[in-house]
Design a protein around this ligand. Sequence first.
Ligand SMILES: Cc1ncc(C[n+]2csc(CCOP(=O)(O)OP(=O)(O)O)c2C)c(N)n1
Ligand SMILES: [Mg+2]
Length: 518
Amino acid sequence: MTRTAVEWFVEGLRERGVDWIATLCGHGLDPLFDAARRAGLRLIDTRNEQTAGYIAECYGRLTRRPGVCASSSGVAVVNAMTGMLNAWFDHAPMLAVSGSANLTTLGMGCFQDLDQAALARPVTKYSRLIDSPVRVLQILDEAWRITAATPQGPVHLMFPMDVQRAPVEETALVRPNTQLSPAGPAAGDVETAARMLETHSRPLILAGSGVYYAGEGEDLLTLAQELSIPVQTPIWDRGICNGPLECFLGVAGALSTDPALASQADCLILAGAAADYRVGYLQQAAPVCRLDRGWRQLSVLLRRTAIEPFTSWLDQARRLRTEFGVRVRAAAESQRVARRMHAVDIIDALDQALPAAATLILDGGSIGQWAHHLLCERRYPGYWLSCGRSGVVGYGIGGAMAARLAFPAGGIVLLAGDGAFTFTVAELECAVRQKLPFIALVADDQCWGITHSGHVRQYGRGMATELGSIRFDQLAESLGARGVRIEHASEIAPAIRQALREATVTVIHVPISGGSPA
Ligand SMILES: Cc1ncc(C[n+]2csc(CCOP(=O)(O)OP(=O)(O)O)c2C)c(N)n1
Ligand SMILES: [Mg+2]
């Protein structure tokens, strides 16, 4: 069945028990009005949007259920904000909708052109542009749950006319993730997690940064080991695993897709992990719950019920992971260019030469992906620093300096792409002068490799992705650091071992042929 995005939106409102919208007509609202009228949703009109706003927020304060108002674009939204502001001060639930000119003309000087989403942000819990017709119900659901979540408060959606009118086939609609509480560091519910484990046979724990910051990593891993539950960490989140454990199965959500354990699992526990792109927005059917804190209580609760370990499922998951590693390595070998080094030679050398307690910092595209795929389970994300959820490149030299400040003793190794390394390369002089030594391995493919591979795959050629040649060893020396140039793969591990004995910054320049795992 096909409907316009605004028809789906109106139906979504009806499903949430809304039977009126307070409003004042004007530019940007006509498709909404038409859909509302046809769906039997009453329009309460006013002479000033302030009143429409007040109606919505007062309804919220009286009933603790969100009232809805709709205003036209530009100054009309400013008027309606009076009501939003009242709801804001009172922690009252309320949904304010604003119309606007077409998405395709926003910011180009369209009629009443104004970034209404930004305008309302400081006085709402959530304010966004509906910029994708297929996401209309998912965005509505998110806004609705955020306005109702404690502490309550107003939310605002800006709905351009062309998005309102866009036809959307039912099967194309992005489904709201109704099993989870709205975004935010919800503590979760121990009993729900316990019930989930008692009633399923293939659970997967996604352990993200939240559980690390909550200091519950060890409790989580103790339970996972005891019950043989596979654990993965979303790529770029902080890890919790500091040594070899049967239950730890590396990183989830890397670009080239890991064994997709989430799709094989029959239930998922998000432990301080976000339901974001790295876990496919959790669009799969398996039930999900969140448990950021409370892992020790969960152990206690489960001990009483004497639940059986998930041994055969963990074996199966480990097999999938091993097969995945074999596939990644085969992909690397297929990219080999005669007499040239490849990224995997650096990974293998690190595997041999890196002390167990060294800190590894990853900065770069393809090189980061190879490392996540092939090194992660043996390096354990507990000893890593990566770019974090931002996915940024170019942070690594600062990261290495910070690591040295945090850990005065011990190995610190930055593995960087040639592109990432040059963002802040002059900082090498500062690190040397201020006695913050580390080792930098530069994987030099003379390009923004991961972007380049993507371009080649999609367009048959790279576009603004090639980089020139730099003698990183000489550059390092000119900045006061040690510089080492590698000519053969067999030299990499000895160079790392030697650099670990030096009290200064060493840059190990490894020229490689290109290639990404994806
Ligand atoms: C600040 C910033 N700019 C651009 C990007 C997009 N980007 C992601 S990976 C990448 C290529 C990195 O190249 P390099 O460091 O040489 O690593 P390689 O992929 O070649 O291994 C780029 C440009 C980004 N993530 N962050
Ligand atoms: Mg590169």
